[in-house]
Design a protein around this ligand. Structure first.
Ligand code: FE2
Length: 266
C-alpha cells in the first residue's frame, strides 16, 4: 500500500493552492472546506474500523479516507480561476475536472509518488463521482464504501458553509428576494419523500436552502449523522428568515419532520 505522509500532503496542497489567488474568498473557502472534509472523512472511516473490529466486514483505511478528502475538490481552484464560479452547470463538472488534473495531468505524483495502479483507479473513481446525484449500481463494496465516506464528509460540510457564508453570496441573490422567496412544489415533494433534490428542479432561492437541507436524508453512516447533529448547522438552516407566511409554515413543517430523523440509526 502507498505511503501516506500527512504532513507532506498538507504541504503539497498548500503549495498548490498558493498558486491561485488566495485573497479571493472563494479560493479560501474551498481550501478550508477541503481540510474539514478530510477531517470528517477520517472520523467516519474510524467509526467503520471500530465496527470492523466487531464484525470484520469492512477493510477501510483511515489514511486513504483522509487523503481522498484532501484531494476531492482539487478541481475547484482551477474552476474558480477560469470561470470565477462554483456553479458546475455554468462552467465545468468540478469533480471530473479535478480527477483529470490529478490522474491525466499527473498532479497525483506530487501528493502520492508511490500510488499503485489499482489505488489510482479507486481514487480516480471516488473523486470523479463525489458530487454525482447517485452512485452507479454495480460497483464493488470497497469502491462504494470510500465513495460513501467522502460524499457524507462533503455533505456535512455543505451544511456548515450554508450557515457561515452569507446566503446572498452563496446563491447570488439580494436578501430581499431571499426573504420573499417561495418553495416550489417539486422541491417540497423531494423533502416529503426524504430524498435529495436534483439541481435542475431548484428554481427559487428558498429551493436551494431546502435542497441543501434534503442532503441530510442522504447521509449513509450513523457517524455522519452524529457529526452533523453535533455541528447543528441543519437546525440553523431550518431557522431560515422569511417574510413569506407560506414559506415560514413550510420551514416549521420541515423542523418537525426532522426532529426525530433518522429514527433507526442513532
Ligand atoms: Fe466537490
Amino acid at each position: 500500500m502507498m505511503n501516506i505522509n500527512r504532513r507532506g500532503i498538507r504541504e503539497v496542497f498548500d503549495e498548490y493552492v498558493g498558486g491561485y489567488n488566495v485573497s479571493d474568498p472563494k479560493i479560501r473557502l474551498k481550501k478550508e472546506h477541503t481540510y474539514r472534509v478530510a477531517d470528517n472523512a477520517e472520523r467516519i472511516a474510524n467509526s467503520l474500523i471500530m465496527k470492523d473490529e466487531r464484525e470484520r466486514d469492512c477493510p477501510v483505511d483511515v489514511d486513504q479516507a483522509w487523503v481522498l478528502g484532501m484531494l476531492h475538490d482539487i478541481g475547484r481552484f482551477e474552476q474558480i480561476k477560469r470561470y470565477n464560479t462554483f456553479i458546475d452547470s455554468k462552467s465545468i463538472d468540478h469533480a471530473g475536472f479535478g480527477a483529470d488534473i490529478l490522474f491525466k495531468d499527473r498532479l497525483i505524483e506530487r501528493f502520492l509518488p508511490d500510488i499503485s495502479k489499482a489505488e489510482e483507479e479507486l481514487f480516480d473513481f471516488v473523486i470523479r463521482n463525489h458530487s454525482e446525484y447517485r452512485l452507479p449500481e454495480n460497483i464493488n463494496d470497497i469502491y462504494r464504501t470510500y465513495c460513501n465516506i467522502l460524499r457524507d464528509a462533503d455533505k456535512i460540510d455543505i451544511f456548515k458553509v450554508n450557515c457561515e457564508v452569507p446566503l446572498e453570496d452563496i446563491y447570488n441573490v439580494p436578501i430581499q428576494e431571499m426573504r420573499q422567496s417561495k418553495v416550489s412544489e417539486e422541491v417540497k415533494e423531494c423533502f416529503r419523500e426524504h430524498k435529495a433534490v436534483l439541481r435542475g428542479v431548484k428554481k427559487t432561492p428558498a429551493d436551494n436552502i431546502v435542497g441543501h437541507i434534503c442532503l441530510f436524508f442522504e447521509l449513509v453512516y450513523p457517524e455522519s449523522y452524529k457529526i452533523a447533529k453535533e455541528q447543528g448547522f441543519v437546525n440553523e438552516m431550518l431557522d431560515f428568515e422569511t417574510d413569506d407566511p407560506e414559506t415560514a409554515a413550510w420551514f416549521e413543517y420541515m423542523k418537525k419532520e426532522l426532529e426525530d430523523f433518522p429514527q433507526t440509526v442513532i
